[in-house]
Design a binder for this molecule. Structure first.
Ligand code: TXA
Ligand code: MG
Length: 316
């Protein structure tokens, strides 16, 4: 198992030696390594068992820092960074040159770049002389980790150290936005709502639901899946078809008084629901149940990103 601790010195010296370290962010834990070292990046793909066509996000400490690696930053992108960096927003921007190895970006001429908002990781980035490539710290296709224990359970035997930043306060991955001929395109809904983005830059095109020919594997239909089969629908109807004693129940706020239920937010708060989502999906894997029955949340705010995860999980 990996060592878990809050020693930034240790994390930074391991990273400088070309090792991988799991890092806390406000969204989910990342499996981090030196983004400029192709051997380290190859190790990230290997540890995650991730196909090399799926590009990694590069984590930087500021927009200034990002400018070392990207060119032609659209005005709208810059405005978003002013308001939402550090924060749960990844920008897909044109790569400057090959400072960032092609393996990081799966050969694309763009790079996904973000400035995470977690005090430990911000401190870590400030002492490192390189940016951190970091996918979510889970085996490819499984639910993202929102605590050091989640990381340890799945990748603990493959990495030396997990920087312990507690539970992730946002709980779902960053929103990914890129620009095609100046038009903003959302490739993955996430911890920053579409409404908050549109308030700043106007209408965006949401392409995160596309299932055929995905450019972004975050768009792959079967993703974010727990090990148990997840069935989405009207819970009252589903409970007539599936026996309650062998079914997990995932609700937004309603209480079904089942021993195998998880209520995302009893008070109906979407931020709280997002924070709990991945922990609860993991909980079901430990329960003596055959299926998970779940309902969609309101299609607003973080509800859209949560629904996106539920739909994908149900396709898994
Ligand atoms: O919140 C997050 O974004 C977390 C934390 C650790 O920062 N990271 C994360 O990484 O979720 P990952 O690798 O699990 O998901 C990154 C997504 C993938 O779906 C990938 O295809 C997409 O970002 N992506 C990366 N670079 C891209 C690019 N140049 N163009 C389009 N999509 C890109
Ligand atoms: Mg991931």
């Amino acid at each position: 198992m990996a060592q878990i601790g809050t020693d930034i010195q240790k994390a930074s010296s391991l990273l400088q030696q070309g090792e991988l370290v799991a890092i806390p962010t406000e969204t989910v834990y990342g499996l981090a390594g030196n983004a400029l070292d192709v051997d380290v990046v190859a190790k990230i793909f290997a540890v995650k068992n991730r196909p090399e066509f799926d590009p990694l996000i590069v984590h930087v400490s500021s927009l200034r820092d990002a400018e070392k690696y990207v060119v032609d930053i659209p005005k709208k992108a810059e405005r978003l960074t002013k308001l939402f960096w550090p924060g749960p927003l990844t920008l897909v921007l044109k790569k400057k040159n090959e400072i960032i190895p092609a393996l990081v970006t799966a050969g694309l001429d763009t790079v996904g770049i973000r400035c995470p908002d977690h005090p430990l990781t911000r401190m870590l980035l400030s002492v490192l002389s390189f940016p951190l490539a970091a996918p979510s710290a889970n085996p490819f296709g499984y639910v993202s980790p929102t605590s050091p224990q989640h990381v340890n359970a799945q990748l603990g035997d493959k990495i030396p150290y997990i920087l312990d930043g507690g539970n992730c306060p946002v709980g779902i991955e960053s929103t990914i936005i890129g620009f095609e001929n100046e038009t903003p395109i959302v490739y993955r809904m996430g911890g920053l709502s579409i409404e908050r983005i549109e308030n700043v830059i106007g209408n965006v095109e949401v392409r995160a639901h596309s299932t055929s020919n995905p450019i972004t594997p975050g768009q792959l239909k079967s993703h974010y899946a727990p090990s148990k089969k997840l069935i989405l629908g009207n819970l009252d109807e589903l409970l007539q078809q599936y026996p309650a004693h062998s079914s997990g129940i995932l609700t937004f706020s309603k209480n079904y008084h089942s021993p195998y239920q998880r209520i995302l937010s009893p008070g109906g708060n979407l931020e709280e629901a997002a924070r709990n989502l991945f922990q609860y999906l993991r909980d079901f894997d430990q329960m003596p149940i055959d299926v998970i029955l779940a309902e969609l949340l309101p299609e607003a705010g973080l509800g859209r990103a949560i629904n996106d995860r539920l739909v994908r999980a149900s396709a898994g």
